[in-house]
Design a protein around this ligand. Structure first.
Ligand SMILES: *Cc1c(COP(=O)(O)O)cnc(C)c1O
Length: 496
């Protein structure tokens, strides 16, 4: 029983991990979850000698029980053998009295690579012979490129990425628009990220579209609502703990805290999975930007998205509907799928819901929420650079300030700040903080920041300026369905 996934909105559903990865999310619009994760126990004593890849195998074996050992090991080795520029995959570096878990050493310089290098490999073992899958992804900037790189030229798979027109950084936009490969499609939509995400979710439930694309092609998701993307992120929580123990910074068994900049709540939820599986964590400190729906929830238990939407200097966190929060509600309500379904239907109809005091209290046992406005983010980039000679991207910096707030409450427990992107993906915001370039051309800024700070530019970002532009489409929200249909035909009919 406990080896099967169910839906956050209907716990009578049962399906294998493979089926859950193939489908992306449930027909009732719920997310797939594994009940009783707390019964899994990864013994941290055994971690110290293991490589990142070994720990990944251990985590995947437990959370994806219907994959066999060979499928897991080949997926992991294909995903992580050559694509990261650091042997540790996700190295931990110490800065002042905290530690930074650097998640940006993959092929697109954002933490999304950790999940999105592995998801297509897992997908290979999920597709039946003769079946094809079109991945549909809404992106606030980083998921798009990371998913494109992961799925590019994978046999029997195609990918279509939707991003908010004008809502991503120049570097992010170029990264996506220059993607090669025969099966990759990229399009800007007139709307913000939440519009894109909501519409993509609708496409998955669109019967007319399903009929038009035929039985052999399925639609799936590369967002962190897909367990095949979420579960790889559990690994670096265990691995970072191992690194801290091996560096002598933490005594084996002692708790640590993690600060996580959040958008869709996927990254930090993966940490909570690790905690449920036995990792000694005291608190997860969750940081939002000015779109602080979750920080407000923390004060009064009301999740309310009826509010103005802000475009901030940390655009990958410009989100008002944190999809994965639904999974936390499932676990924190005692796996009460009726309760979750009811909250989610209120969110859909009224744009808000209120949780019970018991659920809020239970969340507060494990989480602390805060936020940074743009000025805080700038000040944080500036402070860590001038005080510690460490250059942060604006998302990581949004976490930094909230981390400092929390350290006023607990200064003893070792603190790990997750760094989610290279500073070179967001040169405008970084330069506004440290003022090393007089140019307003992002390419020049990148060169000036490099020259002044001596922080290396990731190879994949250096090359972005000279690659040919391959994707220029801009469409209205209402045209997404037709667009997908056309792209399914282009990608899969070519091959006959
Ligand atoms: C996606 C992203 C986030 C937010 O992560 P979630 O899993 O959506 O909470 C934070 N920072 C960067 C740079 C990102 O790309």
């Amino acid at each position: 029983m406990k080896n099967l996934y169910t839906s956050t909105r209907n716990n009578t559903i049962e399906l294998s991990a493979k089926a859950a990865i193939k489908k992306g999310f449930a027909d009732d619009k719920g997310l797939f979850v594994l009940p009783n994760i707390e019964d899994i126990n990864i013994d941290i004593k055994n971690l110290t000698e293991l490589s990142y890849q070994d720990i990944a195998a251990l985590v995947l074996k437990n959370l994806l029980p219907d994959f066999n050992a060979k499928e897991i090991s080949s997926s992991i080795s294909n995903a992580y053998s050559n694509s990261f520029d650091d042997d540790k995959i996700t190295p931990v570096v110490s800065v002042g009295n905290f530690h930074v878990l650097e998640l940006f050493h993959g092929p697109t310089a954002a933490f999304k690579d950790v999940g999105l290098q592995l998801l297509p490999q897992l997908m290979t073992h999920v597709l039946d012979a003769g079946n094809q899958v079109m991945i549909l992804t809404a992106t606030s900037g980083d998921t798009g490129k990371a998913a494109l790189e992961g799925f590019k030229d994978q046999p029997n798979m195609g990918i279509t990425v939707f991003y908010p027109h004008g809502g991503v950084s120049k570097v992010q936009q170029l990264q996506m628009a220059t993607t090669g490969g025969k099966n990759t499609k990229v399009v800007a939509i007139e709307g913000n990220f939440d519009d894109a995400q909501t519409n993509v979710k609708q496409l998955f439930n669109d019967k007319k579209l399903k009929q038009a694309i035929g039985e052999n092609v399925s639609l799936s998701s590369a967002n962190s609502i897909n367990i095949g993307r979420l579960i790889p992120q559990v690994v670096y929580y265990f691995d970072s703990y191992k690194q801290l123990v091996n560096q002598g910074a933490v005594k084996l068994g002692d708790p640590v805290n993690f600060t996580v900049p959040t958008g869709n709540f996927g990254d930090v939820l993966a940490g909570y999975y690790a905690k449920m599986m036995g990792l000694p964590v005291d608190k997860f400190v969750v940081a939002a930007n000015e779109n602080k729906v979750l920080a407000d929830f923390f004060t009064n238990g009301t999740y309310d998205r009826n509010r103005p939407f802000f475009k901030t200097v940390a655009p990958s966190m410009d989100i008002q509907i944190s999809s994965n929060f639904e999974r936390l509600l499932y676990y924190k309500s005692g796996q009460d799928s009726k309760y979750v379904a009811n909250l989610m239907s209120q969110l859909e109809t009224e744009g808000k819901y209120q949780v019970s005091q018991a659920v809020l209290d239970s969340i507060k046992e494990d989480f602390y929420f805060g936020y940074s406005i743009n000025d805080d983010i700038e000040a944080s980039i500036q402070d860590t650079y001038s005080e510690h000679n460490y250059l942060m991207d604006p998302h990581t910096a949004a976490g930094y300030k909230v981390m400092r707030d929390y350290q006023q409450i607990d200064s003893e427990t070792p603190m790990v700040l997750l760094s989610t992107a290279s500073p070179y993906k967001f040169v405008g915001a970084v330069n506004d903080a440290i003022h090393v370039s007089n140019s307003d051309d992002p390419q020049q800024m990148m060169a000036d920041i490099n020259q002044k700070t001596k922080v290396a530019i990731p190879e994949n970002l250096k090359s972005v300026w000279s690659l040919p532009i391959k994707h220029k489409d801009v469409i209205e929200k209402a045209d997404m369905e037709n667009y997908v249909l056309a792209k399914v035909k282009e990608v899969f009919d070519d091959k006959d």
